[in-house]
Design a protein around this ligand. Structure first.
Ligand code: PRP
Ligand code: MN
Ligand code: MG
Length: 179
C-alpha cells in the first residue's frame, strides 16, 4: 500500500464486482436501446474503461472534460468546461459516467448543459456517492458505493493531479494535505 494512504476503502476486487453489478443493471435497463455513454474526465478514466467492458451490447462512448477542484481538497464551486463532447446528443438516451458525486455541483452543471440539448433521456452512473458532501441537489441513477465523508484518492481520483493511478480507492492521510 502507498505510504500516503491511511486505509484502502475499496480493493481492486471490490471495484471489479461493482463494475460487474452496474454493467449488468445498465444492460438490463437499456435492452433494445443504444445509449451514449459520456465519461466525465479526468477522474472517470479507469471506471469508464472497466464499466464499458461489462456491458452486454455495443454502443458509443464520448467524453466531456470539466474541472472544479483545481488541485485542492474542496470544490472551488466554479466549474470549468475544458472540452465538450463531439457527439450530437439530441434524441439520444444518454448515460453520464462519473467517478464520484460529492457536492453535486459538477453533476448539476452537466445536467443543465447536456439537458438543454434535448437528449431523449439523461441518466447518471457514478462509482462513488458521498451523500454528506452535497451542497446542491444532485442524484445518480446507478451507484457503486456510498462513501463516508473523507478525502478519497485512487482509481482515477486525485489530489493535486496525483494518486490517480493507484489501483484501489483509499483514504488519503490528512497530513498529506496539511491537516
Ligand atoms: C472531481 C470528480 C467529479 C467531481 C465531483 O472532479 O472527478 O467529477 O469532482 O465533485 P462535486 O460533486 O463536488 O462537483 P475534478 O473537478 O476534481 O476534476 P478531475 O476529474 O479532472 O479530477
Ligand atoms: Mn471529475
Ligand atoms: Mg480532481
Amino acid at each position: 500500500m502507498n505510504n500516503d494512504i491511511e486505509r484502502v476503502l475499496y480493493s481492486q476486487d471490490d471495484i471489479k464486482a461493482a463494475c460487474q453489478r452496474l454493467g449488468a443493471e445498465i444492460t438490463r435497463d437499456y435492452v433494445g436501446k443504444k445509449p451514449l455513454f459520456i465519461g466525465v474526465l479526468k477522474g472517470v478514466i479507469f471506471f469508464m474503461t472497466d464499466l464499458m467492458r461489462e456491458l452486454d451490447f455495443l454502443t458509443d462512448i464520448d467524453f466531456i472534460d470539466v474541472s472544479s477542484y483545481h488541485g485542492g481538497t474542496a470544490s472551488s464551486g466554479e466549474i470549468t468546461l475544458v472540452h465538450d463532447v463531439d457527439t450530437d446528443i439530441s434524441g439520444r438516451d444518454v448515460v453520464v459516467v462519473e467517478d464520484i458525486l460529492d457536492t453535486g455541483r459538477t453533476l448539476a452543471y452537466l445536467q443543465k448543459r447536456l439537458g438543454e440539448r434535448q437528449p431523449k433521456s439523461l441518466k447518471v452512473c457514478t462509482l462513488l456517492d458521498k451523500p454528506e458532501g452535497r451542497t446542491v441537489e444532485a442524484k445518480a441513477d446507478y451507484v457503486g458505493f456510498n462513501v463516508p465523508n473523507e478525502f478519497l484518492v485512487g482509481y482515477g481520483l486525485d489530489y493535486n493531479e496525483y494518486y490517480r493511478n493507484l489501483p484501489y480507492v483509499g483514504v488519503l492521510k490528512p497530513k498529506v494535505y496539511g491537516k
